[in-house]
Design a protein around this ligand. Sequence first.
Ligand code: MYA
Length: 619
Amino acid sequence: MNRLGNFVIKSGRNAYKSDICTRSLASAAAQRKSTSVDPQDDKNRPNYSFVSNIFRGQVESKEMFPYPDVLSAEQKEFTNSLVDPFENFFSNVNNSVKNEENCQIEQSTLDHMWELGCFGLQPEEEYGGLGLNNTQNARMAQIVGAHDLGVGVTLGAHQSIGYKGIFLYGTPEQKQKYLPKVTTGRTFAAFCLTEPSSGSDAASIKASAKLSDDGKHYILNGSKIWISNGGICDIMTVFARTSEKHLTAFIVERGFGGVTSGPPENKMGIKCSNTTEVFYEDVKIPVENVLGEVGDGFKVAMNILNNGRYGMGATLSGTMKACIEKAVNHANNRLQFGNKIKEYGAIQEKIARMTMLQYVTESMSFQIAQNMDSGSLDYHLEAAISKVFSSESAWYVCDEAIQVLGGMGYMKDTGLEKVLRDIRIFRIFEGSNDILRLFVALTGIQYAGANLKELQKALKNPASNLGFLSQEVSRRAMKQIGIGGCNLGTFVAPALKSQADSISQCIDLFGKTVESLLVKYNKNIIHEQFLLNCLANSAIDIYGSVVCLSRASRAVELNLPTAEHEVSLTKAWCTEASVKIVDNLTRTSSRNYQEIFREMKNISKTVCDNEGVNTTHIV
Ligand code: MYA
């Protein structure tokens, strides 16, 4: 975990600069044409990430308000033309129970999916794909998530990460050679990063690729673990060490020889998705199969993951919708104590909370997808938050749906216990939620720290930094007297003004808290994971609140039939979230919590040293 420290030690915005390849290619090209400056190299370009900027106590509204609506009429029509066949396929052809029982997807079902174009959602038509943008892709993912998460993972491992590297970073020749195979050629792809000793610490992989003496091949040796589609893929994106310090990404074909897979893993859920070990023994990879630049493998891996994370939110928003439908169906019909159970407050609270979580999840993932389609370069933290939030919300929603159904919910036939088992992995894979919380907190702190450093530097030589200093001083002085703080109120529907004000105050408090922590701990903040979690949880709740404020306000503006309900969801969510945010931020300076965190450290140490609980029975 020590490398996580680099987030704060390194100054600047290095987590962002490498990401030109992960945005909408069309808008990237347009931007390049219009400015002839490659944003990847432009360290001074503004950072439009809403989440990054709250770490400086500032609201960056550009990518938050108004809630985006990026699809053209033609794109909407095309998306809608896909919805029916997809819905129909997943409702009537795909059999999720049978898939689970067989621990694989039936061949006829897979054939149907290839014919529908499910495996080539994003690549352009010339490569056999449907050419969907991220927003359209999210719409399809939502349908998959409502029906079968095992199939969702098979699809996601194939295209959200398996061949995404070729789609994003491939040379024209690589795209021409490989994309048609994976979009329509019935060839499965996989993303091969994790190793037995390298999970969260992705940069520590040991698989090695050495350049052959004649310079024509890399010779790959090593093994990968828990690879989704590992036993069925013929094309894989493999990350291997090409020098002591550097990783490189490669396109590897099973046909190169020396590639073998272990037996399918026996998992808790997503059983029809194939997961295996993959072994590489003296695999000869032609040099032209390097993906991206030699030595850039870590960034290629991170950016593929960043780029796909919104898809998980979209998928799980569909899963939650389906769970809520089951719960509501029961609540509407089940009579107890003389009333339908929907009449009871205990059930109403559950249904309302489940619906709020679904609304926040869906709003986040579609906001991110649409921002990406508009050319956003700064969505990493937002995407990580959407992954964390969606996976925890889906777990909660499915669990509560089971509770609403009571004994019926516990029965296999109701279908919820399978969904619960399927959902569990989403908090673990594609970056565990624990790691992503630290990623959000440390990357945000690094961004705030760079500003603070600039201020400290300017203070050492005030004469030549008068402009910057007077700006900073007046900003701080104004905030001190309650003027010039964050003001989300100007962006939202009048009905949501009060909630916008509360969240604005939370952002002010968040910025102040980050600054005090930086002043107090400096770079040692990296060791304060209890505190970092408080910051990450606050950032998650702030971002969740602001996406809802944005979406519900847009619903009001467009006079949508559901606007009133969306305002209601947003009011309840934001009001509760602001209490949680203040609580989390207060913990970072509370004596009580310092004491609690110290005790927790001690408790954990004792239990680990004792290899189990260490209490004495008094009986
Ligand atoms: S695949 C396996 C998933 N594994 C992981 O996600 C690994 C998690 N670990 C990490 O992400 C990293 O190791 C962490 C950093 C974050 C811990 N974006 O020295 P460093 C830059 C951009 O600080 P470390 C799976 O599960 C950083 O700025 N840049 O890094 C599949 C620095 O840059 P520079 C980043 O401490 C499951 C450099 O890298 C990022 O070692 C199947 C080094 O940084 C970032 N994120 O570790 C899924 N992070 O050098 C199916 C770092 O310039 C999906 N950097 O200073 C199903 C979905 C359903 C879809 C359905 C569709 C239909």
